[in-house]
Design a protein around this ligand. Sequence first.
Ligand SMILES: NC(=O)c1ccc[n+]([C@@H]2O[C@H](COP(=O)([O-])OP(=O)(O)OC[C@H]3O[C@@H](n4cnc5c(N)ncnc54)[C@H](OP(=O)(O)O)[C@@H]3O)[C@@H](O)[C@H]2O)c1
Length: 286
Amino acid sequence: MNILVTGSSGQLGSELRTISPHCGGLHFFFYDLPELDITRCEQVDRVCQEHGIEVIVNCAAYTAVDRAESDAEAAFMVNRDGVAVLAACAKDRQALLVHISTDYVFNGESCVPYRETDTASPICVYGLSKWEGEEQIRQISPSHLIIRTSWLYSGFGNNFVKSMLRLGADHQMLNVVFDQVGTPTYASDLASAIVSILEKHERHYHYAETYHYSNEGVCSWYDFAWTIMKARDLQCRVLPITSNEYPTIARRPHFSVLHKAKIKKDWELDIPHWYDGLERMLKHSC
Ligand SMILES: NC(=O)c1ccc[n+]([C@@H]2O[C@H](COP(=O)([O-])OP(=O)(O)OC[C@H]3O[C@@H](n4cnc5c(N)ncnc54)[C@H](OP(=O)(O)O)[C@@H]3O)[C@@H](O)[C@H]2O)c1
């Protein structure tokens, strides 16, 4: 099976590239900017044609959550319009589109884990652009799997874990918000889940599903930061503060834990706890 991975130099794309040599029967083709811009349909069509692509895994996205507030046009161009280009290409080729979305499609007012059927109501430009991208796929592409995830980190790229390690090494104290609760997700675990799904999916079946995937467990950014310091024996004290005490340009949901029963049942996935993911990431990558 020939699989195109877009945005392949990002966190998730890089994790997929790392495990790809161990996936017999799955032939991956990795592309990122500038060779493949998902907003350019002639580029997407050419690459798909060249490699006989049967599945597109879209890891490309505009992910700068705060910058998106003042750069909405660019965020929508990639996260909505680029996704529509991929959906149209997948439809023309009768290919499956696997697309990654976000917990930020929710407003965070719930206090129980979000299910796939819960109403999306994004509170920031990034979240809205990702939601509109999802909707493009549902309208255009008859065969798709949309997988929402949360708080991604990896040994590749920039992320919260790496920032904490860097700041923890040269600060005695750090303030971190405790009133945003969710689940960190090791991008390597999400990459393994995607591979597992691709190995099990039936080629000629038309899937049209939305799923939630994060690691197991729940924590606040404060808990996550504290655990990172502890795991690395860093002496930096982590102090809990509220989001009001740490204003950001974009609003973020206070609660975005994802309910994962559907993906676990449909694809027989065993999902590691976030603490286990963190330990493996620290062992392998940093
Ligand atoms: N990071 C998180 O915490 C998080 C949480 C929930 C969901 N997600 C979703 O998970 C997915 C993977 O996230 P990630 O953290 O791996 O993202 P990432 O590290 O930011 O990688 C995204 C990649 O897409 C590339 N890209 C941007 N615009 C593009 C375009 N027009 N055409 C082709 N490639 C383009 C980026 O290139 P440049 O770097 O050159 O722009 C980058 O290499 C995304 O859909 C994201 O929305 C992420």
